[in-house]
Design a protein around this ligand. Structure first.
Ligand code: SF4
Length: 288
């Protein structure tokens, strides 16, 4: 099914963050064509009259995002300007439409031009981030990450439908690290089968270390009702045999088992765990 692209005007693209490790977030798009089966941002459809089940099939492009961001930035006082900005909390800043619209790039150029002193974090599942290495080198404190949930390209294609294959993401991390950027990997959601096949998580952490990355976020699968429904409907339609193990992923017992495995493997690979523990989404979101 072709992705529906719609251009819209936004009032703001910079907003206060509810994420634990960011002060502000920037979302140049509403919707995400990568369409990950486990995406928690599918609730965003309600702001543009789209059904949760249609997540991945549409992108609303905030075509004035760069000029709006420039105004948002101008309104920030000197204290706010030291705070961290994160791309993106409910979309991927380097999904396919970014090749044409260059909104993420445009906003990064504004930050570079204004010598923004705070940290600028980016998390993506796309190798397109390397297009902007030139401008990223002009940012004072970039912190660049890729989500990697598996080393298996077939599995990443199945769960993270239109994102770059996981092997390409690991190569991208290597390139960014070799360029001298501070980098991280986001291992989230922790896929439930790692509990029974820890050697696969061992392999994933090994590949992350191989890409030169030294720090990771790790997050348990978020199975809020609307996510659970979309994910399980997809699994039951396509891989009915694995749906039970995904249902189990929300239990405390499952998470504690995985916590133990993660702890041992982090130590084995010498990886630093950001936020000091495996993220449980609902508990980590800032109140507000
Ligand atoms: S890349 Fe991120 S925002 Fe996009 S569908 Fe996947 S999880 Fe959601």
């Amino acid at each position: 099914m072709p992705i529906r692209i719609k251009e819209i005007e936004a009032k703001h693209v910079l907003s206060e963050s509810k994420l634990p490790d960011a002060d502000y977030v920037v979302n140049p798009y509403t919707g995400c064509e990568f369409g990950c089966a486990y995406c928690y941002a599918s609730f965003m459809g309600r702001f543009v009259n789209e059904a949760i089940d249609d997540w991945g099939n549409y992108v609303y492009v905030k075509k004035n995002a760069v000029s709006v961001f420039e105004k948002d930035l101008a309104r920030m006082g000197p204290r706010e300007r030291t705070k961290s900005i994160f791309f993106s909390s409910v979309t991927d800043p380097y999904q396919g439409v970014e090749a044409k619209y260059k909104l993420t790039r445009g906003i990064l150029e504004v930050l570079a031009r204004n010598n923004y002193p705070g940290e600028v974090g980016i998390l993506t599942k796309s190798s397109m981030i390397t297009r902007d290495i030139d401008v990223l080198h002009k940012i004072a404190k970039p912190d660049l990450g890729m989500t990697v949930t598996t080393t298996d390209d077939n599995l990443s294609r199945f769960l993270e439908v239109r994102a770059s294959a996981t092997s390409a993401r690991l190569q991208t991390l290597k390139k960014l690290t070799d360029e001298g950027f501070r980098t991280f990997a986001f291992v989230g959601p922790l896929l439930p089968h790692f509990r029974y096949e820890p050697e696969l998580l061992d392999g994933l952490f090994g590949s992350i270390v191989g890409s030169g990355v030294k720090e990771v976020y790790v997050e348990h699968m978020n199975l809020n009702n609307y996510i659970r429904k979309r994910l399980l409907d997809y699994l039951k339609r396509t891989r009915p045999k694995v749906s039970a193990i995904y249902e189990e992923a929300a239990t405390d017992e499952h998470r504690k088992e995985l916590d133990k495995i993660v702890g041992e493997l982090l130590k084995k690979h010498g990886l630093k765990l950001r936020l000091m523990e495996v993220i449980r989404h609902n508990e980590w979101m800032k109140k507000g």
